[in-house]
Design a protein around this ligand. Structure first.
Ligand SMILES: Cc1cc2nc3c(=O)[nH]c(=O)nc-3n(C[C@H](O)[C@H](O)[C@H](O)COP(=O)(O)OP(=O)(O)OC[C@H]3O[C@@H](n4cnc5c(N)ncnc54)[C@H](O)[C@@H]3O)c2cc1C
Length: 305
């Protein structure tokens, strides 16, 4: 595995924002991942694991560390009876489609989420009120403190709404995921269901301009008390406002789009402005779902900055 230098991060996240990573690699095996960690330790620099960068904001000044991208190069998967066993870099919509081809159901809700399965498990993502955690049997992880490989069963993963042990513990790299699916007789209806989901998403969400999906976390409690973040932002009259090159989407207020030349500061300032306005005017606490990667390699919830 080659460790590259001075790689633009714009090509590795959906906002297309970010300076250069001092070092960058794409492991193809566990041995490569261990080599990458050993390299970072030897150079006294931080390492940051990423998937498709669909939930990340890189600083426009880049990252003075090693980016370990667990993506296409680490994305094998296979079916065993009603189980899907996949490497962390596997592409989620592909897994959903392949499962239905195999007459196995359970991942249809993820068809429109443009990410790796490792990234999805990390935040227990999903859609249509479902979470990937519901289908997880076990997750194989590398503990970066002692370089041991361990198995976490579903209950060990502490899955909660858009949360898991992987968000809390920074020393676990997800390597392999075992997903339990339900056998179905015919895949036709499930294919139609997935097409419907995709159609619905493309009608609701901005598709053309770079964005990172939902910016603020929606939770059942927030939803019950005040509604979805998009509706809250719209009620505040903030739909369509912009700072620099970052704009609240006119199509869906919980999306921020990069109009072409947005910097990380533009996005951060816009997110903080929305959160501050919601707090001051409606006493609502909005929490950013997207994580910011600082030049020092720290991963920070943007509303905590
Ligand atoms: C257009 C669009 C629509 C979206 N819709 C949805 C949606 O409907 N539902 C939803 O839940 N999300 C949605 N998202 C957000 C995003 O896709 C998810 O948060 C996804 O889980 C992030 O995966 P990723 O591979 O892109 O990870 P990244 O964004 O690269 O990383 C996210 C976090 O996961 C960690 N991580 C990634 N891989 C690993 C690994 N192997 N081991 C340990 N940690 C790892 C990273 O360190 C980082 O902290 C959407 C995003 C976009 C751009």
């Amino acid at each position: 595995m080659k460790i590259h230098q001075n790689i633009s991060l714009k090509d590795h996240n959906y906002w297309k924002i970010g300076g250069e990573a001092k070092y960058f690699c794409e492991p193809t095996s566990l041995e490569d991942i261990i080599k990458a960690i050993t390299f970072a330790t030897a150079h006294s620099i931080p390492f940051i694991v990423i998937g498709r960068g669909s939930n990340l904001l890189f600083d426009s000044n880049g990252v003075n560390g090693l980016i370990i991208k667990i993506g296409e190069a680490f994305s094998n998967f296979e079916f065993s009876a009603n189980k899907l066993i996949c490497q962390a870099g596997a592409w989620v919509p592909g897994l959903a489609r392949n499962s239905v081809f195999k007459n196995l159901s359970g991942l249809e809700h993820t068809i429109g989420i443009p990410c790796t399965v490792g990234g999805l498990v990390h935040m227990n993502g999903g859609s249509l009120r479902k979470n990937i955690g519901e289908n997880i049997e076990k997750v194989i992880v590398l503990n970066t403190d002692d370089l041991t490989v361990n198995t976490l069963y579903n209950k060990d993963c502490q899955f909660q709404y858009r949360s898991s042990i992987f968000l809390k513990k920074k020393n676990l790299i997800i390597l392999e995921i075992h997903i339990l699916l339900q056998p179905i007789i015919s895949s036709k209806e499930k294919h139609e269901e997935m097409l419907g989901i995709l159609k619905n998403r493309s009608a609701k969400f901005p598709r053309k301009q770079p964005n990172c999906g939902s910016v603020f976390l929606s939770s059942p409690d927030l939803y019950q008390a005040h509604g979805a973040p998009g509706a809250i932002i719209e009620d505040l009259g903030l739909k369509g406002i912009s700072i620099g090159g970052a704009r609240v989407s006119k199509k869906h207020a919980n999306f921020i789009i990069n109009e072409g030349d947005a910097s990380s500061s533009d996005v951060i300032n816009l997110i903080k402005y929305i959160a501050k306005t919601a707090k001051e005017r409606k006493q609502i606490t909005l929490k950013s779902e997207v994580l910011y990667i600082s030049p020092e390699g720290d991963k920070i919830c943007i509303t905590n900055l």
